[in-house]
Design a protein around this ligand. Structure first.
Ligand code: EPU
Length: 342
């Protein structure tokens, strides 16, 4: 029998959230196996405490101390677990870093994940918000996830349909929120790989490399180059990537906005609606590069809020609210936070 893992008390989460917010967890435990998770879940002393499951901490805003138990998911391991005519199946434990998984697959000649290079965070967090960038989303490669359910204390496998993926959304942000822990993720990487260069900025970056037929590794390098140019490194300046989702509006609303703002950046969606570039709207409102206290808007990408040093979660939230008000007043569009606000 595994012993109950060491539980820390009054533990600072500053190094466990990429915003670098100094919030204190009443209790904190590192989980490195399913057995440990089951032990902690069964322990009566924790049954009344609120729970917070933490991966890489790259998509969370802590707005105060956490009066419960933080479970830091650290399970490790990556392996090729099967293949068929269409795909090679790769399984990675929830605690692995997403970008390390991307590099691991590319080193083995498995293409697919290159557009999702350098996204901060853990493998277990990737399905929760269906991470996406440069014309690709996790769901395009997702096969299944193994999940532990706190309420039933059971382990089950969820396939792609069961995860109900949407834009920065999944069942883990909906009915399973606060209830499920992802233990591992299995991805299906295509045997017949084709480059995905639909995103104009990525196409231009690859073209600048002068390659006729770019490899998956070359595309990964291009994505890394773009992200490094435009997005702040959380190790240098605290942030959680895009702070807002790009809002989706009906075609009529987008057309009316285009008449007033011909420069509006929008992307047609398969159902006829339009996704608007929230970063562009925030930029137009004059927020880019500005700060309120120690919370600020990143100079090179207005969608990203940053901790300029010692910001509290409340300061970041306050800045976010001001930005939301301005975007609503000017464009009549509500923009929603992307990270989980705790
Ligand atoms: N724009 C501005 N000013 C800004 C920021 C953007 O004018 O300050 C304009 C850009 O010029 C461009 C458009 O807005 O025409 C879109 O910008 P960008 O290509 O940078 O993408 P995004 O819509 O702002 C989304 C994702 C990013 C992802 C990029 C690339 C969301 C919420 N964000 O950003 O994801 O890397 O596309 O695919 O969907 C993340 O989720 O943390 C993240 C960084």
């Amino acid at each position: 029998m595994t012993a109950l893992p060491a539980i820390q008390t009054d533990f600072t989460l500053r190094d466990h959230n990429t915003f670098g917010i100094n919030a204190i967890a009443k209790r904190y435990v590192t989980i490195s196996s399913l057995e440990m998770l089951q032990k902690v879940n069964a322990a009566s002393e924790f049954s009344t405490l609120p729970r917070l499951v933490l991966g890489g901490g790259s998509n969370i805003l802590l707005t105060g101390d956490f009066p419960g138990l933080v479970l830091h998911i650290c399970m490790a391991g990556m392996a090729i677990v099967g293949a068929d005519d269409g795909a090679t199946y790769v399984r990675a434990a929830a605690g692995e870093k997403w970008h390390e998984l991307v590099l691991w697959t590319l080193e083995r000649g498995l293409g697919g994940l290159e557009n999702l290079s350098l996204i901060p965070g853990s493998v277990g967090a990737a399905p929760i918000q269906n991470i996406g960038a440069y014309g690709a989303e996790l769901k395009d490669f997702f096969h299944a996830a193994t999940v532990f359910d706190f309420e039933t204390a059971t382990v089950s496998t969820l396939d792609k349909a069961a995860c109900a993926f949407g834009y920065r959304d999944s069942i883990f942000k909906q009915s399973l929120q606060g209830r499920a822990v992802i233990l591992d993720v299995t991805l299906a990487l295509p045997k017949h790989w084709l480059p995905n260069l639909g995103y104009a900025e990525l196409r231009q970056e690859v073209a600048a490399q002068g390659l006729d037929a770019p490899t998956a590794k070359a595309i990964s390098d291009a994505v890394i180059a773009i992200r490094t140019r435009k997005l702040p490194d959380p190790a240098v300046i605290g942030n959680a990537g895009s702070f807002f989702k790009n809002p989706v509006v009906p075609a009529g609303q987008r057309d009316a906005l285009m008449e007033r703002y011909p420069q509006l950046v929008s992307y047609a969606q398969p159902d006829g609606s339009y996704k608007l570039a929230a970063g562009w709207m925030i930029d137009q409102c004059g927020w880019k590069g500005r700060s309120l206290g120690a919370a600020g808007v990143y100079e090179k990408q207005a969608l990203v809020l940053v901790n300029r040093g010692g910001a509290s979660g409340q300061e970041v939230l306050n800045l976010a609210r001001k930005i939301q008000e301005d975007v609503l007043a000017r464009f009549g569009v509500t923009i929603e936070p992307e990270p989980v606000v705790v």
